[in-house]
Write a protein that binds this ligand. Structure first.
Ligand code: CTP
Length: 394
């Protein structure tokens, strides 16, 4: 868990979207973060400090001159790993851009040495104001990280760009700034999900893969600074932020998409459950049932990873092995046959689950068992191993 025991200051300024931050505080606490909320006087008019006090488990700080036994703004900025300002009004953004520190939040940001993430929220006409644009440009240039605003319905009844991004998006931005960029120069190709092999216009053969593992790998790769392409079979998952996502259906489409992105990739992780067989004939009309039993003739699909392993020059190749028996022996065999650098051995229990326990086997047949953890955590562990292997390869 990237965020466990990390410390964040959330600076809330005076906007109606302040209520959304309550949900963010809840999400951050769930991730194991320590959260200190600082509110401007205007913010307290929109949501009461008590709400954030209860959710964060810490008293909310508002008053710059409250007696704390020391300079609160310095203590606070030393304490935190990062600061998030959400919602950030045009007024506070303007103060930050002009070096004005006239309340606890702005003095604390000025004293801060860690990353500052800004999530603006305002009326779209204010957001389009050249002064606001200029202020955003100025502090972006100084290293402040902006997330949103997004387009949509605004509290004032208008519609346009100016809406505070949703809590999961702020959560992702926080994870992003706290993740070391050890894959900065890499171009990562990840495959995810099942494939569907059509029988007729309404039926197909598929499997239980949820796609979660591949999506978590794509997200983690991007957080670590890689340029990421995700090729995904059908899933219900949301397209990961900042990832080029290519949606495919069948093994053949996945094969074509992988082949077109493979040459420019430096790391390839195939986490998809690609069908090994497909119906030899696809019926153009819906098949009618008959009294007799039915036999479908299946033909082989291409083993995509095997093919990549034959033309891999200089790329790091990672596969998954799903086994129901002789897990490690069969996995080692697949690693050799497919000419991989690393393979992740798992069982069907991982398939449509939130958690997974796996064994990593590298090209020298070293094994590393990872006890049950979330797929997000597992994605982090897999990339840490990939980074080690990259270093070994020089
Ligand atoms: N794979 C692939 N193309 C296929 C089948 C699998 O690229 N047609 C990839 C998977 O994405 C995975 C690895 O090969 O990374 C191993 O997949 P798995 O289903 O465990 O094994 P198979 O190679 O299909 O072998 P078997 O079904 O006989 O266990």
């Amino acid at each position: 868990m990237i965020l466990r025991d990390r410390r964040i200051i959330i600076g809330i300024t005076g906007g109606i979207a302040a209520y959304k931050v309550a949900e963010l505080v809840r999400l951050l606490k769930k991730e194991g973060m320590e959260v200190q909320v600082v509110m401007t006087e205007a913010a307290t008019r929109f949501v009461t400090p008590l709400t954030f006090e209860v959710l964060s488990g810490r008293p909310v700080l508002c008053d710059q001159f409250a007696a704390t036994g020391g300079p609160a703004h310095i203590e606070l900025s030393d304490w935190a790993d990062l600061v998030l300002i959400a919602p950030a009004t045009a007024n506070t953004i303007g103060k930050l851009a002009s070096g004005i520190a006239d309340n606890l939040l702005t003095t604390m940001v000025m004293a801060s040495r860690g990353p500052v993430v800004v999530a603006p929220a305002m009326n779209h006409r204010m957001y389009e104001n050249p002064m606001v644009r200029e202020n955003i440009k100025r502090i972006s240039g100084l290293g402040y990280v902006f997330v949103g605003p997004e387009e949509g319905e605004l509290a004032c009844g208008w519609s346009g760009r100016g809406r505070l991004v949703e809590p999961p998006c702020m959560l992702e931005a926080i994870k992003d700034v706290l993740t070391p960029k050890d894959l900065k120069d890499e171009r990562l190709l990840v495959t995810a999900g099942p494939t569907r092999e059509p029988i007729d216009p309404v039926r197909f053969i598929s499997n239980r893969s949820s796609g979660r593992m591949g999506y978590e790998l794509a997200k983690e790769g991007r957080r670590r600074g890689a340029e990421v392409v995700l090729i995904t079979g059908p899933t219900h998952l949301k397209q990961p932020y900042g990832v080029t996502t290519v949606r495919v259906w069948s093994a053949e489409e996945m094969h074509n998409a992988v082949t077109s992105y493979f040459p420019q990739s430096t790391i390839v992780v195939m986490a998809s459950a690609v069908a090994d067989y497909r119906p030899k004939t696809i019926h153009t009309e819906k098949m009618k049932k008959k009294d007799a039993s039915l036999t479908l003739e299946l033909e082989r699909t291409v083993d995509i990873l095997y093919e990549l392993g034959r033309s891999r020059a200089g790329k790091l190749l990672v596969g998954f092995a799903l086994e129901t028996e002789d897990l490690i022996e069969n996995t080692k065999k697949k690693l050799k046959e497919k000419n991989l650098d690393l393979i992740v051995a798992n069982t069907p229990a991982s398939m449509d689950s939130e958690v997974s326990s796996v064994t990593l086997v590298d090209r020298d047949l070293n094994t590393q068992t990872i006890e049950e953890c979330t797929k997000e955590e597992l994605a982090g562990r897999i990339f840490s191993r990939i980074v080690e292997l990259k270093k070994l390869a020089g």
